[in-house]
Design a protein. Sequence first.
Length: 268
Amino acid sequence: MSSKISLAAEGGRPVTPDPAHSPLALRGITVSYGEQPVVFSVDMTVQEGAITAIIGPNGAGKSTLLKAALGIVTPLAGRAMVFGQPLAQARDRIAYVPQRASVDWDFPTEVLDVVLMGLYRELGLLRRVRPRHVAKAMACLARVGMQDFAERQIGQLSGGQQQRVFLARALAQEADLYLLDEPFAGVDAATEKAIIEVLKSLRSEGKTVVAVHHDLSTVRAYFDNVFLINRRKMGEGPVDAAFTAEALQATYGGRLADGQITQLSLGV
């Protein structure tokens, strides 16, 4: 039996997002750090107006796939299309929240300035910050519960607070596609709740969210769709159809106990 899990069906027919109009369509993406491919010939088609999790074991290529989609790393093969256009023509429709561990938090800047960075397209070459820009940045901070920290140095914040600020920066971009790399990693419960509420509000606005995710116990509560990867694509589709015991076993193998796989797939 193939380890790949087909998409869910409605009325007995497969429901497959159209790559030509998908917010993000990856075809044949292969990335190598040295001689060993980290991601091998991966196809992915993201559903518009949904929240999708990219899941897989450590070292499976989750973050690498996201970075390849963004052009942060250059694939050996394959291509990324954003709303039917090459990545270079649609960058202004994407907002990205990197892993918190990859950011230099010692850089001497205030919270408000970090969020204003998300307005670089509006600010133009002269980078003139006007009252309307400040108001917009403050509104984004309020949306993540960080408006009272606008004048705080970014390095003085807790990990959860820093993550909220970077989400506010992404919100300031007013993108159509939001890509987040481990947004819930190492944050407190209050921040996790705040983040998922914002992501669900983006979905209600018709935006598309894709997040690398590691906590399998929250997949059913947080996400509409799931993409499973272990160097290769192992499955994708709506959570109810693709987040199954078979798919988890194929993706994680012996890294998850049988009992744990059963509980996760059943949502208990």
